[in-house]
Design a protein around this ligand. Structure first.
Ligand code: FES
Ligand SMILES: [Fe+2]
Length: 450
C-alpha cells in the first residue's frame, strides 16, 4: 500500500469485529498483472475444466426445488448433466448417464420420479442410484452384469438452502470451499425462500468477464448512470474471505457521492421508500435520511408481520450484500429475496458464457412486500412462491429480459471481450475497488496449479 491509495469505505465503523458487517482485515494479494489468454484460449478452457469445474464445489441448485421425496432437477455444466434428487435419506446426485449404453436418463429439467427409466432400453434405477431392473436380464452373460450396474454418484451437500455438488473423487470440505463465516448465508433462511424467476441467458464474453463485472461497483457510474441517484457506489465496503470468497456491501437508498445533489429525494429514492412501506409524499427528510428511514420502516414491517429481522443489522435491511463464492457465484443478499447468479462456462466457446440467475423470495403474504426493484422482475411476476416457474432461456442475440441494469451489462460485456483480444491490451490493471477480482484470480491460479 502506498500513500496515494484511496482508503476504501467502511459501512459501519461501529460494527464489532464478530459482526458479519465488520470490515474484514486486508489481504495482500500482490499487484501482478495476469496474462489475458485465459479469456480466449481453448487450451486454457480445458485446463479450467479439468482443474476447476470438475474439482471444486459448484452450486447445482437450491433446496426449494427439492421439497418432496422424488423431486429432482438437472444441473448442466458443459457436457455433463447431473441429476440432483431428494431421496428418503436426503439429497443425492448422480451423473445423468445410463450405465448400459450411455444414454441420458432424464431430459426434463425438473420433476418428481422415484424410479428413473432409461428411454433407450428401459433399464430402471431407483432414485438412490441403485439398479432396479435390467430388461430381458436373462439375455445377458452373468459376467457382464454381475456388478449390478447403478448410477455413478456425485458428491452432494446442502448448505444454507443451497445444494452443492462436486465431481471430484476427493473434494475439499464444503465449508472450506464456501469460505464465508458461519451464519452468513444461514441468516437469510434461503431454505425457506421460493424460486419466483429463473433465467438462463447466453452472453458474449468469457465467464470470468461476467464474474469480474459483478464483483465491483466501480463501473456503475459509467455503465449504469441511472443508479447514481440511489446507490452509494463510492461508499462500497469490499471484503475478502478465505477460499476466494468475497463480498461487497453496496449502500442503497443514498445518492452516489459522485453526484452534486445530495439532498433531493429523487424519483429512485422515492421508489425505494415506497418499496419499504414509507409514503414518499409524507417523507420530510432529505436524501441523506432515506437509507435510515428504509431501515426503520423495514424493522416496523418485520414487527407487524413477524419476520424476525432482529437477526439482521440495520445495514442489511437497506443495502445489497453482494456475496461471491468461488468459482462462479454471486448472491445479491437481501432480507426479502436473494438474487443468485451463476456464471456457467460455455460448452464450446471460451468467448461466451451462460448467465444463470434465480430470484428467490421469502414468501410473505402482504401487499406491502416485494423483492428489491433492481432484481428486475417483470411486472406481474407471481411472487407467492406457490408456482415454481419454468426456466426461461435466451440466446445471445436476444435481450435477456432481466431489467435495465442487467441488460446494460449484457450489451456492454462483448465489447470488453473484443477489446481485450486486441494486440494492444496487455492484461487488466485493477484498483482497490476491484480487489475482489484480484482475490478471485489468486484463488483461480491456485486451483489451476494444484
Ligand atoms: S442405454 Fe439405458 S437401457 Fe440401454
Ligand atoms: Fe453492471
Amino acid at each position: 500500500m502506498n500513500s496515494r491509495m484511496i482508503p476504501v469505505a467502511v459501512i459501519n465503523p461501529e460494527a464489532s469485529p464478530e459482526s458479519l458487517e465488520a470490515k474484514q482485515p486486508a489481504v495482500d494479494n500482490g499487484a501482478e498483472v495476469y496474462a489475458k489468454d485465459g479469456y480466449f484460449s481453448r487450451e486454457y478452457m480445458e485446463r479450467e475444466w479439468h482443474k476447476v469445474w470438475t474439482e471444486s464445489w459448484l452450486i447445482a441448485g437450491v433446496s426449494a426445488d427439492l421439497g418432496e421425496v422424488g423431486d429432482y432437477f438437472l444441473f448442466k455444466v458443459r457436457d455433463e448433466s447431473i441429476i440432483v434428487t431428494k431421496t428418503a435419506s436426503g439429497v443425492s446426485a448422480f451423473y445423468n448417464v445410463c450405465p448400459h449404453r450411455g444414454a441420458r436418463l432424464l431430459t426434463e429439467e425438473r420433476g418428481n420420479k422415484k424410479v428413473f427409466i432409461c428411454p433407450f432400453h428401459s433399464w430402471s434405477f431407483r432414485n438412490d442410484g441403485s439398479l432396479r431392473a435390467i430388461t430381458d436380464e436373462e439375455t445377458f452373460q452373468e459376467a457382464v452384469i454381475c456388478h449390478r450396474p447403478g448410477l455413478t454418484p456425485v458428491a452432494c451437500e446442502e448448505h444454507a438452502g443451497l445444494i452443492f455438488i462436486s465431481m471430484s473423487d476427493d473434494p475439499i470440505p464444503l465449508t472450506t470451499a464456501v469460505g464465508l463465516p458461519e451464519g452468513y448465508l444461514e441468516n437469510y433462511q434461503i431454505d425457506k425462500m421460493r424460486v419466483v424467476r429463473h433465467v438462463r441467458s447466453e452472453w458474449g464474453s468469457n465467464w470470468k468477464v461476467g464474474v469480474e463485472a459483478f464483483y465491483e461497483s466501480y463501473h456503475l457510474h459509467a455503465v449504469h448512470p441511472e443508479t447514481r441517484g440511489v446507490m452509494g457506489d463510492l461508499n462500497v465496503q469490499y471484503d475478502l474471505y478465505p477460499g476466494g470468497a468475497s463480498r461487497m456491501i453496496v449502500p442503497l437508498g443514498q445518492p452516489s457521492p459522485r453526484q452534486a445533489d445530495q439532498t433531493t429525494v429523487n424519483e429512485g429514492l422515492q421508489w425505494m421508500l415506497q418499496e419499504a412501506g414509507v409514503d414518499p409524499s409524507e417523507f420530510s427528510g432529505t436524501a441523506a435520511d432515506v437509507r435510515a428511514a428504509i431501515q426503520q420502516a423495514k424493522r416496523k414491517r418485520s414487527e407487524r408481520l413477524g419476520l424476525g429481522y432482529e437477526r439482521f443489522t440495520d445495514g442489511q435491511l437497506s443495502d445489497s450484500w453482494a456475496t461471491g463464492i468461488f468459482p462462479n457465484v454471486q448472491i445479491g443478499c437481501h432480507p426479502e429475496a436473494i438474487f443468485l447468479m451463476r456464471f456457467m462456462p460455455h460448452d464450446t466457446d471460451p468467448e461466451r458464457f451462460w448467465y444463470d440467475t434465480m430470484t428467490l423470495m421469502f414468501p410473505v403474504d402482504d401487499p406491502d412486500y416485494s423483492p428489491p426493484a433492481w432484481m428486475g422482475l417483470p411486472e406481474g411476476t407471481d411472487v407467492t412462491g406457490l408456482n415454481r416457474p419454468d426456466t426461461e432461456e435466451f440466446l445471445i442475440d436476444e435481450d435477456p429480459g432481466l431489467g435495465l441494469v442487467l441488460s446494460q451489462d449484457a450489451a456492454f460485456l462483448p465489447s470488453v471481450q473484443e477489446g481485450m483480444r486486441s494486440k494492444a491490451f496487455k492484461g487488466q490493471l485493477w484498483g482497490e475497488q476491484e480487489q475482489r477480482l484480484r482475490h478471485f484470480h489468486v484463488e483461480l491460479e491456485r486451483w489451476l496449479n494444484r
